[in-house]
Ligand binder design. Structure first.
Ligand SMILES: NC(=O)c1ccc[n+]([C@@H]2O[C@H](COP(=O)([O-])OP(=O)(O)OC[C@H]3O[C@@H](n4cnc5c(N)ncnc54)[C@H](OP(=O)(O)O)[C@@H]3O)[C@@H](O)[C@H]2O)c1
Length: 270
């Protein structure tokens, strides 16, 4: 099936690594030009170069720290100037600290919400007026399944994600009249650059050897494995397609049917 993405213009936050890079690759393979942002300019520029060479599309890096509103504004403005329009905005850059409530500090909570929720809010605030003016657009918010499948070790990401999911649905209600549609994608565990770090943090907090901690996620997933970044990238490209415009104000899990609560129970096992 032709996804009708050829010639579309997209912005992807956190496009230099992990899921964001896979999303950029999938969109570019379908014929989109993409402007990507991240904080480290060297990694960002290398990713843009690599993906442009691989796909033959225009991939333009704009360094930005999305915890700062001025950077978010500059990313959206430069992206719009470079591409001439914004057909697709993928909010993806984010992470929030894992841990249990007893050990999480005020700063941890602040940090999680600042990027994982407010980073999305900032880009939306700057991009939506442009989409309204051009007569429509598509927003894909890459969020996380812990917003709908709570786990006590993931209370900060869970809260930030639930907020993002709520925002996705609320904005769909407001912006339909402007032909702008919204969808949230909720991955479970995905193999990215920082996956090993997450397992190490779990192992430390739960007092489990690394190898045991590494088995928790696959054991909670009926398919017995975590997802690959490329699987998320392809799902986002499909959902970004104009063919999916009616998939609006809703969300899709890509987690192999994970029973997240099972991870908590497995952690608690003596
Ligand atoms: N991996 C998983 O298991 C998993 C599961 C569920 C949901 N998710 C969600 O999926 C999204 C992508 O996760 P990932 O695992 O691919 O992350 P990742 O591998 O850590 O990549 C994160 C990307 O965001 C950029 N970034 C980080 N902080 C930023 C900031 N303040 N401003 C701008 N860019 C920033 C990073 O580049 P710089 O460091 O150079 O800024 C990088 O390009 C996140 O929203 C995450 O919460 C991931």
């Amino acid at each position: 099936m032709d996804l009708e993405l050829s010639g579309k213009k997209a912005l992807v936050t956190g496009g230099s690594e992990g899921i964001g890079k896979a999303i950029t690759r999938a969109l570019a393979r379908e014929g989109c030009d993409v402007v990507i942002c991240a904080r480290r300019p060297d990694v960002l520029e290398a990713a843009a170069k690599e993906l442009a060479a691989e796909t033959g599309r225009k991939i333009v890096p704009v360094a930005a720290d999305l915890t700062k509103d001025a950077d978010a504004a500059n990313f959206i403005r430069k992206g719009h100037e470079t591409l001439g329009r914004i057909d697709i905005l993928v909010n993806n850059a984010g992470s929030a600290p894992g841990g249990v409530i007893e050990t999480l500090s005020e700063e941890d909570w602040e940090k999680g919400l600042q990027l994982k929720f407010m980073g999305y809010v900032r880009c939306l605030r700057h991009a939506l007026p442009i989409m309204v003016k051009q007569g429509g657009g598509r927003v894909v918010n890459l969020i996380g399944n812990d917003g709908v499948k709570p786990s006590y070790w993931e209370v900060v990401p869970g809260a930030a994600n639930a907020a993002g999911q709520n925002l996705t649905k609320a904005l769909a209600g407001q912006y339909g009249k402007h032909n702008i549609s919204f969808v949230a994608v909720n991955p479970g565990p995905v193999r990215t650059e920082r996956w090993a770090g997450l397992v190490a943090a779990m192992s430390r907090d739960m007092g489990l050897p690394y190898e045991e901690a590494d088995k928790l996620a696959p054991a909670s997933i009926p398919l017995g494995r975590i997802a690959e970044s490329e699987e998320c990238g392809k799902l986002v490209a499909m959902l970004a397609s104009p063919l999916m415009h009616m998939v609006n104000g809703t969300m899709i899990e890509i987690d192999g049917g994970q029973e997240k609560a099972l991870m908590d129970r497995l952690r608690d096992r003596p």
